[in-house]
Design a protein around this ligand. Structure first.
Ligand code: FPP
Length: 233
């Protein structure tokens, strides 16, 4: 089976999954987090080079204070574990999004894991934390305007190639396949620029139940499609 070079995943449905079991939403996030660890290994073993996951959006701050707290604590623990995984899988970890709104200790964890894994190139794992596609574009345009006024950018048209250098995903190829779990069929402000030519795969399976076989199905569907654009141009 030919695997896509870059898979992006919107990890959705943790809350509903837990509710169906009469459990609090936080339980769904814990199981979802464990599943991400497992799936990250599976995806690495399958030979996928780039994996990008949507863990916390700029809109997710609107959730209850309790739920935000649970998620932040989960990220804290997870980032420590992901560092071990980075060494095991020789995986370079990058957090995309705006870290400035995160707690200082979380920002420190991010710096640490990025630094510890900076030289790996077996796999590239991007975690979107406090990420929004529009926010990313606003931040990029702001920096472009600054550099233009400081004379750091050549005069004239800001090409796509220049623009991409200012995105959080600079240097990372666009996703070939986007998977969204749990039934919703929208992109919810994820990678707005980068998904221009990406194939979308939507499944009703909730993230905590999404395992290797579900991934294989998604990849088989993807392989059956006629890719005429984007990376397959
Ligand atoms: C969507 O489920 C999930 C999230 C908002 C958080 C995703 C987080 C994890 C999978 C936890 C671990 C991730 C990392 C990187 C540590 P939802 O709450 O929107 O579910 P619902 O749509 O059923 O309400």
């Amino acid at each position: 089976m030919k695997v896509p070079n870059h898979i992006a995943i919107i990890l959705d449905g943790n809350g509903r999954w837990a509710k169906r079991r009469g459990m609090p939403r936080s339980y769904g996030h814990i199981v979802g987090c464990n599943n991400l660890e497992k799936m990250c290994d599976e995806i690495c073993e399958m030979g996928v080079k780039y994996l990008t996951v949507y863990a916390f959006s700029t809109e997710n701050w609107k959730r209850s204070a309790d739920e935000v707290k649970v998620l932040m604590n989960l990220f804290r623990k997870y980032l420590r574990r992901v560092e071990m995984k980075a060494h095991k899988n020789r995986m370079k970890v990058r957090i995309i999004g705006d870290p400035s709104a995160l707690a200082p200790d979380l920002q420190e964890e991010i710096r640490e894991v990025e630094e510890a894994s900076a030289d790996y190139d077996q796999m590239y794992f991007q975690i979107a934390l406090n990420y929004g596609g529009r926010d990313e574009i606003e931040r990029a345009v702001t920096r472009i305007a600054e550099d233009a006024s400081n004379g750091k950018l050549p005069e004239g048209r800001v090409t796509g190639e220049i623009f991409e250098r200012y995105l959080d995903t600079a240097g990372i190829p666009d996703p070939d396949l986007l998977i969204r779990t749990s039934g919703e069929q929208r992109i919810s402000n994820f990678l707005l620029w980068q998904l221009a030519y990406t194939e979308f795969y939507f499944t009703d399976v909730a993230w905590p139940d999404f395992h290797k076989q579900d991934l294989i199905e998604a990849i088989e569907k993807y392989n059956g499609r006629d890719r005429r654009f984007g990376n397959a141009k």
